[in-house]
Design a protein around this ligand. Structure first.
Ligand code: UTP
Length: 279
């Protein structure tokens, strides 16, 4: 039912300079696998085969990653090393990849709007690949959200409880609890000061959006930081109808920050790589 996943991947990644000067943040490796590959795997595992990636300048490595590298593959053909390509080959044979470029980086809302032509008029998922979400105990976060969408048929944002001193980094929701892990959103603030935050529930980089969001983004003026914020458009959608916030099961690492990146690397090394499960 949800067939497309949008990956806004045009941001500058300034928190990771200098490595992001000429290399996309989404290609940072967690041990041996780039962040965006984890995101594509999560989408495919949720039954979503069509990946729509919003890139920008200096992001060509993303396109090359989801393509054949003839010389290299010829070189290792028939050797044990082919095993390293098992994961990426599986994705390439089960997914389609389409790309568009955001020319001016005017914020996440604007990046999502840039992807409109790739998505069309249907509900879609959004993955911010720098938020690495893992659930080794069960369904991935996007799978959990797709199941919820089937039941509620409205936009859904993934949320996580975060400590007060961290809340200013996030979009924060307030809402009425309709199940112990689901809230109907009635208010949303982008990067509030701790004292102004309506709750400790922070929006992380997984969304399911209904297509009316595009028109709402078009009507959204630049907000916090002069950027077109998806939270502002979602707030309008919540006032008009229904937006749910879902407290997902699993772990999430903010790999756009060096601390989160290191924690994710350590976790994946211990729980996956050293057991031969990361390829
Ligand atoms: P971030 O807030 O992490 O910004 O964007 P950033 O530029 O990537 O990183 P820093 O803060 O400078 O280190 C959240 C997501 O939105 C995308 C980013 O690529 C990231 O996936 N984004 C943001 C865009 O695609 N375009 C934009 O104009 C802004």
């Amino acid at each position: 039912m949800i067939k497309k996943c949008l990956f806004p991947a045009a941001g500058y990644g300034t928190r990771f300079l200098p490595v992001t000067k000429a290399m996309p943040k989404e290609m940072l490796p967690i041990v041996n696998k780039p962040l965006i590959q984890f995101g594509v795997e999560e989408a495919l595992a949720a039954g979503i085969p069509d990946m729509a990636i919003v890139t920008g300048r200096n992001k060509r490595a993303i396109e090359d990653h989801f393509d054949i590298s003839y010389e290299l593959e010829n070189q290792i053909q028939g050797t044990d090393k082919e095993d390293y390509l098992r994961g990426i080959r599986h994705l390439m044979s089960h997914c389609s990849f389409s790309y568009t470029r955001q020319v001016e980086m005017k914020g996440l809302g604007h990046a999502i709007l840039t992807g409109r032509r790739l998505i069309g008029d249907e509900p879609f998922a959004v993955v911010l690949a720098d938020d690495l979400c893992l659930n080794l105990e069960g369904d991935g976060v996007l799978s959990q959200m797709v199941q919820l969408y089937k039941q509620f048929r409205c936009s859904i944002v993934a949320v996580q409880e975060v400590p007060r001193e961290e809340i200013h980094k996030y979009g924060v929701i307030a809402g009425e609890m309709i199940r112990d892990d689901i809230f109907r959103v009635n208010s949303m603030v982008e990067k509030p000061k701790a004292e102004d935050a309506p709750s400790n529930l922070a929006i992380i980089g997984r969304y399911i959006l209904t297509p009316d969001i595009f028109e709402l983004i078009e009507q959204t003026e630049p907000g916090k930081g002069g950027e077109i914020q998806i939270t502002d458009a979602l707030m309008k959608q919540a006032q008009r109808g229904c937006v749910l916030a879902y407290k997902f099961k699993g772990k999430r690492y903010d790999c756009g920050s060096t601390e989160g990146f290191i924690q994710a690397t350590q976790f994946c090394y211990e729980q996956l790589y050293s057991k031969g499960l990361l390829y």
